[in-house]
Design a protein around this ligand. Structure first.
Ligand code: 1CP
Length: 347
């Protein structure tokens, strides 16, 4: 059976499908009443561990909006089930015993994701079945640094005190932990591919905590290994958020698509990474809390600018806000799909 809508995968490959494809980071989630209805009966992590419900939630935005790709409903933090770290959701994620020293690292287990995260792979199979080849399915993981930061800080952080204490104070330990995490992530993404995902996104949501020099020294080699080992069968989207000055460094990675956050104009991002890269992004998701006219204007600007890149996938520059009106999302998707590049009909 072949996919019915290939526009997203075509764009990943640097082609120009008839319509610019669109999907939205965090498209399955709290802004949707049908998601909140399911969540009212089950905890967040239990939801992640119930494949049939993951499939149902994954398909909710697909059924409503006609997006061009689905993203697996799961979380970057479930991978801790393969590392022997316990995470709670109260109501934001919290690691039970943060990992701060050598003894803490030694207590981690770094098991085989193929056996420890079976519920994720079952969810992928359930999603593919429910999607019935309508659109591709995107799998994902947190990048090594973002994953490590959660382990070390124990939760979200503003200054990354503990992560940087380890990185600058015990660079060997930091490097070993990055290496072990990366090995788990490689197995995890490979098993996602084996289970049927059509593309992968690596979320380095906390990349912006680091200077470009430290990112290059302490993070880039691990990301390179991750991309190199996983690459080949499905496209990889690399999304590093929070500091547009990291873009030129990130563009050295062997990925297929670069996610662009909203802190930089898309045109400036293309100037930095070069016209060959396929880019994904980058509407500020908070624009959706304003007027339709504002959304339309900014969306058209991004679509026009995307024509200058090696390919363009429309998305937000970070996850959708839970306060977004689903009607506005419908308006956005329709606006993107109605767009015809100015050059397309020119003689
Ligand atoms: O119902 C709820 O209250 C849970 C809210 C929620 C949802 C819907 C969380 C908790 N995670 C998710 C789903 C999720 N998370 C997806 C599903 C697919 C989709 O995009 O529709 C994905 C891809 C993620 C990835 C994720 N989780 C990231 C990377 C993306 C980003 O936003 O930067 C991060 C940082 C997380 C951690 C996380 N999980 C949940 C929350 C509230 C957070 C952030 C916590 C923090 O900043 O400390």
């Amino acid at each position: 059976m072949a996919l019915k809508n290939t526009s997203f995968l075509q764009a990943c490959a640097g082609e120009r499908p008839a319509r610019t494809p669109i999907w939205l980071m965090r498209q399955a989630g709290r802004y949707l009443p049908e998601y909140r209805a399911i969540r009212s009966n089950i905890s967040f992590f239990d939801l992640c561990r119930t494949p049939e419900l993951c499939a149902e939630v994954t398909l909710q935005p697909i059924n409503r909006f006609g997006l061009d790709a689905a993203i697996l409903f799961s979380d970057i933090l479930v991978v801790f089930d393969a590392m022997g770290a316990k995470v709670d959701f109260t109501p934001a994620p919290v690691i039970e015993s943060p990992v701060r020293c050598r003894a803490d690292v030694d207590r981690l287990t770094f098991g085989d994701p193929a056996t420890e995260l079976g519920y994720v792979f079952d969810a992928i199979v359930a999603c593919k079945k429910a999607l019935d080849e309508r659109v591709p399915l995107i799998g994902f993981c947190g990048a090594p640094f973002t994953t490590l930061s959660y382990l070390v800080e124990g939760k979200g952080s503003r200054d990354f005190q503990h992560t940087k204490t380890m990185m600058f104070g015990e660079p060997l330990l930091f490097g070993q932990l990055m290496e072990s995490i990366t090995t788990v992530l490689i197995g995890y993404l490979k098993q996602q591919i084996a289970s049927g995902v059509d593309a992968l996104q690596i979320f380095d949501s906390w990349a912006g905590a680091l200077s470009p020099a430290d990112y290059r020294t302490h993070v880039l080699p691990h990301l390179r290994r991750l991309c190199e080992e996983v690459r080949g069968t499905v496209p990889i989207i690399m999304f590093a958020r929070g500091n547009a000055n990291l873009l030129s460094t990130v563009s050295e990675l062997p990925a297929d698509v670069l996610g662009i956050d909203w802190s930089i104009g898309l045109g400036d991002a293309i100037d930095v990474v070069g016209p060959k890269w396929v880019v994904q992004g980058n509407l500020d998701p908070m624009t959706m809390l304003g007027s339709r006219e504002g959304v339309r204007k900014k969306t058209l600007e991004i679509l026009r600018t995307g024509q200058r890149a090696g390919g363009h996938i429309f998305n937000f520059g970070h996850g959708i806000s839970r306060y977004t009106d689903p009607e506005m999302v419908k308006f956005l998707v329709d606006t993107v799909h109605a767009y015809v590049p100015e050059t397309a009909g020119a003689s």
